[in-house]
Design a binder for this molecule. Structure first.
Ligand code: PLP
Length: 402
């Protein structure tokens, strides 16, 4: 192996250029650092890009989920169905508002929530007189969930449907006719602009919806639940009158961040195209590494590769620790997305005992998965280097096995 990258290769990282830096500097020299004109400009650009009539930006993807939970009116006694494999925030948003997440198993191929498992869970929970209100589905790694099937279930069981699309900017489904964020199947879509995601504002997030009332509620609650429009205040005292009608939060995104977001959004298509090209290169090279399995994409979706997750037949947790340590020595920082959410101490104490027994595919997936680097500035040489390292380490494993 002759080529050696000059930097640590992480599973994901931001991609910034001079345009981004100039955009931020422009705001720093303007009158408003927050609550200024860039917020609405970013929201309008997002609305146009994702074909969603209403977009409200907020501090991060977790706040977007929290605001969605509040705007959808979840509360104590409500059950929200969540996939077992996701980032904890997908489940935490239910807990924030006093509702209870109920974890269901994933589809072993797409790694997204399995609609048949959702159906079984709704029937089981309703038979036990539980009030199932909503499903939060995640477009895992950038692979759209089965939105057509989920919408059919939502209509049949009168459920609200949230798309935690933090992995899936730029992804599409139904043979390209539907886009993540367009709100045709999901009632609410949430995005994150963390540096590892497709576009970044440092920290940042957004709520997208076709429902004007949900959007108004999100806008109200992200800024203290305070109204300032004269028409919305019953006994208006004067221009100083700010009326707090709901208990809200300060989940606002700054103009500095929105300017960066605007500049980043212009490059989203290029970023997604580059992620797909990297994935295609992995797809052709990885089959040479016998023991590894590449991700599989359903024929009618376009993946946007927030993550490139491979699977290996590890025999133990220690096995995977050895691989991670050896890869780190070679400048590659592998990661796992994700350890099943119900295995976290917080949820262990709140789920039924042996909850993983009814989540066998999540358990299998967790045993085998790891994420390898994919981000727009990853060079083809670096992709080949990652594959070479995996080949070396997997050969090492098989020698050790013999
Ligand atoms: C990143 C992420 C979040 C949270 O977004 P933040 O901006 O980090 O708060 C939520 N859900 C999923 C699936 C994510 O990947």
């Amino acid at each position: 192996m002759t080529y050696k990258p000059s930097r640590l290769l992480t599973y994901g990282r931001q991609c910034l250029d001079d345009d981004d830096r100039r955009a931020v500097l422009e705001v720093l020299e303007s009158d408003y650092l927050t609550q200024g004109p860039y917020v609405e400009r970013f929201e309008q650009a997002l609305a146009q890009r994702f074909d969603s009539p209403h977009v409200k930006v907020c501090t991060n993807g977790t706040a977007a989920l929290h605001l969605a939970a509040l705007a959808l009116g979840w509360g104590p006694g409500d059950v929200v169905i969540v996939p077992a494999i996701t980032f904890v925030a997908s489940a935490n948003c239910a807990v924030y508002v006093g509702a209870e997440p109920y974890f269901v198993d994933i589809d072993p191929v797409t790694l997204c929530i399995d609609p048949e498992e959702v159906e079984r869970a709704v029937l089981r929970l309703r038979a036990a007189n539980r009030r199932v209100r909503a499903v939060v589905a995640v477009d895992m790694a950038g692979h759209p969930a089965d939105w057509v099937a989920l919408r059919a279930l939502a209509d049949r069981f009168d459920l609200q449907l949230v798309d935690d699309a933090c992995h899936a900017l730029g992804a599409s489904y139904a043979k390209g006719s539907r886009h993540i964020g367009d709100g045709v199947h999901a009632d609410v879509t949430t995005l994150s602009f963390h540096p590892v995601k497709h576009i970044t504002t440092g920290e940042g997030g957004a709520v997208l919806t076709r429902d004007a009332q949900i959007a108004d509620k999100v806008a109200l609650l992200r800024s203290h639940g305070i109204r300032r429009d004269r028409e919305q205040i019953a006994d208006w005292d004067g221009p100083w009158h700010l009326e707090m009608t709901d208990l809200g939060y300060n989940f606002r995104l700054t103009d500095i961040q929105c300017a960066l977001g605007l500049s980043q959004l212009r490059k989203l298509d290029r970023f997604v195209a580059r992620r797909r090209a990297i994935a295609a290169l992995y797809d052709t090279l990885l089959p040479e590494v016998g023991s590894l399995r590449s991700p599989v994409t359903s024929p009618d979706v376009q993946h946007s590769y927030h993550l490139y997750v491979v699977r290996a037949p590890f025999r133990s947790v220690a096995d995977r620790r050895v691989l991670f340590a050896a890869a780190a020595e070679r400048g590659i920082q592998l990661q796992v997305h994700y350890r099943p959410v119900p295995l976290n101490g917080y949820y262990v104490a709140r789920c039924e005992p042996d909850v993983m027994k009814r989540l066998p595919r999540a358990a299998d997936y967790y045993r085998e998965c790891f994420s390898i680097p994919v981000f727009p500035q990853l060079e083809n040489d670096e992709v080949r280097y990652v594959v070479d390292v995996l080949r070396e380490l997997c050969e090492f494993r098989s020698v050790a096995d013999a």
